[in-house]
Design a protein. Structure first.
Length: 161
């Protein structure tokens, strides 16, 4: 592999890893606001899915000679950076779920656009495993019914203050 191709692959892997790691962080923040045990279980599954993908991507990054600085993990990144900010400001369950949905949709789009940046063998693996799981995550989150908007703000019983 040429040095240019290696650098391109490492940059894409790092971006994918950081996005997945921050998606898991965003779901962890969402879980602090949700009271409904059934919804909590589903969000835990989705958070764990992102964490598992982050683990796989970090392993692949290491195999190609890349690494992750600890400071990078604490910074908002990728598709979920805006979702995280919106989630923190959400005053309703609906707002929290909409923020997560937007993050998932942007994450899926990022994979579909940037997958070509990876070297061919890795592209195939990430496409089959990571991209497929990202699509499933989007579908599972879309399957969660959004509560109807209410006229009175702050009256959502399933959010914690």
């Amino acid at each position: 592999m040429s040095p240019e191709r290696l650098e391109q692959t490492l940059e894409a892997l790092l971006a994918f890893f950081r996005s997945e790691a921050f998606a898991a962080t965003t779901y962890a923040a969402a879980l602090t606001k949700i009271r409904d045990p059934t919804l909590q279980q589903e969000l835990i599954r989705l958070r764990n899915s992102h964490a598992g993908r982050a683990f796989l991507l970090r392993e692949r990054l290491g195999e190609f000679g890349g690494s992750v600085c600890a400071e990078l993990l604490e910074q908002p990144w990728g598709a979920f950076a805006n979702a995280y900010r919106r989630l923190l400001r959400a005053t309703s369950l609906r707002g929290a779920l909409v923020a997560l949905r937007e993050g998932e949709a942007l994450g899926l789009r990022d994979y579909e656009i940037d997958l070509s940046e990876l070297e061919p063998q890795l592209r195939e693996e990430v496409g089959k495993i990571v991209l497929s799981e990202q699509r499933r995550t989007c579908e599972r989150l879309q399957a969660i019914s959004l509560p109807r908007p209410r006229r009175r703000a702050g009256s959502w019983p399933t959010l914690r203050p």
